[in-house]
Design a protein around this ligand. Structure first.
Ligand code: ZN
Ligand code: ZN
Length: 258
């Protein structure tokens, strides 16, 4: 199993998973060229991807899909409501346009899409299961609903949004309407929100956690990690063993493999 967060943040998102030989890309919000180059760094060709899974239609999640999918004839999976918002939909061959309902299989990997609370047409997170292991991506959500908590429970790997530090956002330069949108229940999770979620879910003895979609304006990887670590330590969690925290970046790859 390996995960590589190729890019994470409001300027573009792409997460690569390899599970039992199946190679998946969750979102392709950076350029096709950059995705090809990034995958190449660990010996994967974009043409070897089995699918691109799309969480929602915001530009930072879909920007590279048109070129990448056409160039390599890759199937793209998205909710019908998301497809309706993608203006490159008709550029793709019909066999590349796949609609997601609740769950489906790609090779030996079971993929479940779960609803998240975000200001998009029909946004989802993804839960990937393979031979008893579970890997979950939940970014771009304003609050953790029961569906999200259930999806995250007992996961081996979690990519969870820690978008902003509440004080940095409050005191930062964003206009009021944008601050309000980010803090709303259809906006983005703060570092503390992420910490509380991680503290409340049922956990396996060790869980790899990638803190994702960090704002470059209202957060910092060290601050996100510190906030989550201190919250969990206060709860008696052995951070570093029970929960292993990984930062993610807009312009740098982070990953884990076993
Ligand atoms: Zn986003
Ligand atoms: Zn979004």
């Amino acid at each position: 199993m390996q995960i590589k967060v190729l890019a994470s943040g409001s300027k573009g998102n792409a997460i690569f998973f390899e599970l039992g030989g199946t190679r998946l890309l969750i979102d392709a919000g950076i350029s096709a060229r950059r995705i090809e180059k990034s995958l190449g760094l660990f010996g994967v060709k974009a043409s070897e991807l089995d699918a691109i899974l799309v969480t929602h239609e915001h530009t930072d999640h879909v920007n590279g899909i048109d070129v990448l999918a056409r160039r390599h004839c890759l199937p793209v999976f998205a909710r019908p409501g998301v497809w309706d918002c993608l203006n490159f939909k008709d550029n793709l061959a019909p066999e590349c346009r796949r609609e997601i309902y609740d769950s489906f299989d790609i090779g030996p990997v079971k993929i479940e899409a779960f609803q998240i609370s975000h200001d998009a047409a029909d946004p989802v997170g993804f839960c990937l299961s393979h031979q008893g292991s579970k890997h979950v991506v939940a970014t771009d959500l304003g609050k953790a609903t029961k569906k999200v908590i259930d999806a995250l429970a007992w996961a081996d790997t979690v990519v969870l949004e820690a978008n902003h530090d509440v004080d940095m956002l409050a005191n930062g330069s964003y206009p009021f309407f944008l601050k309000k949108r980010i803090r709303s229940s259809v906006g983005h999770l703060s570092n503390l929100d992420a910490a509380r979620i991680l503290g409340s879910i049922s956990r396996r003895p060790s869980m790899q956690v990638f803190l994702a979609h960090l704002s470059q304006e209202n957060n910092h990887p060290d601050l996100a990690e510190k906030t989550v670590r201190e919250f969990l330590l206060n709860q008696g969690c052995d951070v570093g063993h029970e929960v292993i925290l990984h930062p993610t970046y807009q312009n740098q790859i982070s990953g884990y493999s076993e």
